[in-house]
Design a protein around this ligand. Structure first.
Ligand code: HEC
Length: 132
């Protein structure tokens, strides 16, 4: 009996090496790296219950404004345009909601004091800051 062996042509090999060099591979590698970095940062900085509670609430801008007037204007100015502390105009474009919450409750950057607003108050404040 005759055995028919099929020999693969080099066409396939050529396709393979083109695929290896294609930018798609690099793109996939970069996407994978970003995903791994994001997962790692989530694991290293898990969102605490307080922040989670704040972010799940809907803030009220008017109440946020009055909380701001009572606690923040001495340093950030009547219209949040800066005094002892920096201007908070467009602060939501510079900092994530999570970072803003941390800034307010952590007390890590003296002279800014550590505030302890109720989650609803913090959500109101955040809403006010978001529209500055
Ligand atoms: C005693 C003064 C003082 C008071 C009161 C104060 N802050 Fe601040 N705040 C600062 C200073 C100073 C900084 C800059 C800290 C740094 O980065 O070193 C700052 C930074 C910030 C930032 C970060 C700004 C940025 O662009 O990085 C936010 C947001 C903020 N304050 C919000 C508030 C809110 C909301 C209140 C009221 C609940 C408040 N602060 C009350 C002094 C104050």
């Amino acid at each position: 009996m005759r055995v028919v062996t099929t020999t693969k042509t080099t066409a396939e090999g050529t396709t393979d090496s083109v695929a290896q060099r294609s930018p798609l591979g690099w793109l996939l590698a970069v996407v994978l790296l970003v995903v791994v970095a994001l997962v790692a940062s989530r694991l290293l900085h898990p969102m605490d219950d307080y922040t989670r509670a704040v972010l799940s609430l809907t803030g009220d801008e008017v109440r946020g404004r009055s909380i701001f007037v009572m606690n923040c204007v001495d340093c950030h100015g009547q219209w949040a345009d800066g005094k002892v502390g920096p201007s908070l105009r467009n602060v939501s474009e510079r900092l994530s909601p999570r970072r803003i919450v941390e800034q307010v409750v952590s007390g890590k950057t003296p002279p800014m004091p550590q505030f302890q607003p109720e989650p609803q108050e913090m959500a109101d404040l955040l809403r006010y800051l978001n529209q500055l």
